[in-house]
Design a protein around this ligand. Structure first.
Ligand code: ADP
Ligand code: AMP
Length: 215
């Protein structure tokens, strides 16, 4: 199964993707996680991406398209894309690569959340730098305060989850990424989910929608 999960930063894409990959046995391809891993490993791509990520801007399309097409080629059991495509140019690059490989996306899920809910989600987010687990200081607390439930160690607050950078990321989303939904609307049925609800309710709606779309 090949899925794309769309939505603004803080919509809950990473949170829901973790549950989708567990249920369907597919790979979670998060462009943000891959970029953070490149930075942690000190690669050339990681250092090129750094200033864009820290300010809440988008990393240039050519770097992202090559990185994500490379990851897709390795995902033999299927995948859910999280955070990619984030521009129409990236969506076109993905289309081209899929059509060259004779493959297609099975479903697109869009998580809808009003801007007013996003700031507190992102400033309260805590992430595990080891396994990529995502928590929230109020909405999704770890079992032991500040520690990953999987025993990886301390949780961290992402540098780009500060109020100023969050505002920039939201601006970037509206200016450059929201158009991706329109790009796909003409090509695919999009499963639209109200993501301004309890996390488990969102998961239930995603699973229910996927059952009907993918079958
Ligand atoms: P994204 O990957 O879209 O940026 P995340 O999955 O990282 O978003 O979620 C952002 C933050 O909001 C996390 O701290 C997460 O625990 C929290 N969160 C996710 N979904 C919900 C929800 N439905 N209601 C409240 N908080 C949520
Ligand atoms: P995320 O983890 O999805 O919130 O992404 C964190 C940051 O990585 C973004 O603010 C961007 O700077 C960068 N990034 C992630 N995915 C993309 C993408 N598809 N295109 C451009 N930049 C991206």
């Amino acid at each position: 199964m090949r899925l794309i999960l769309l939505g603004p930063p803080g919509a809950g894409k990473g949170t829901q993707c973790k549950r989708v990959v567990e249920k369907y046995g597919i790979a979670h391809l998060s462009s943000g996680d891959i970029l953070r891993a490149e930075r942690a490993a000190g690669t050339e791509l990681g250092s090129k991406a750094q200033s864009y990520m820290d300010s809440g801007a988008l990393v240039p399309d050519d770097l992202i398209i090559d990185m994500m097409i490379g990851a897709i080629k390795k995902a033999s059991t299927g995948y859910v894309l999280d955070g990619f495509p984030r521009t129409v140019v990236q969506a076109e690059g993905l289309d081209q690569a899929l059509s060259n490989a004779g493959e297609k996306i099975d479903a697109i899920v869009e998580l809808q959340v009003p801007d007013s809910a996003i700031l507190s989600r992102m400033t309260g987010r805590r992430s595990c730098p080891v396994c990529g687990g995502v928590y929230h200081v109020e909405n999704l607390k770890p079992k032991i305060d500040g520690q990953c439930d999987k025993g990886c160690g301390p949780l961290v607050q992402r540098k780009d989850d500060t109020p100023d950078v969050v505002k920039n990321r939201l601006k970037t989303y509206h200016e450059q990424t929201a158009a991706v939904v329109g790009y796909y609307e003409d090509k695919f049925p999009i499963l639209t989910i109200n993501a301004d609800q309890d996390i488990d309710k969102v998961t239930a709606d995603v699973f229910k929608g996927l059952e009907s779309l993918v079958r």
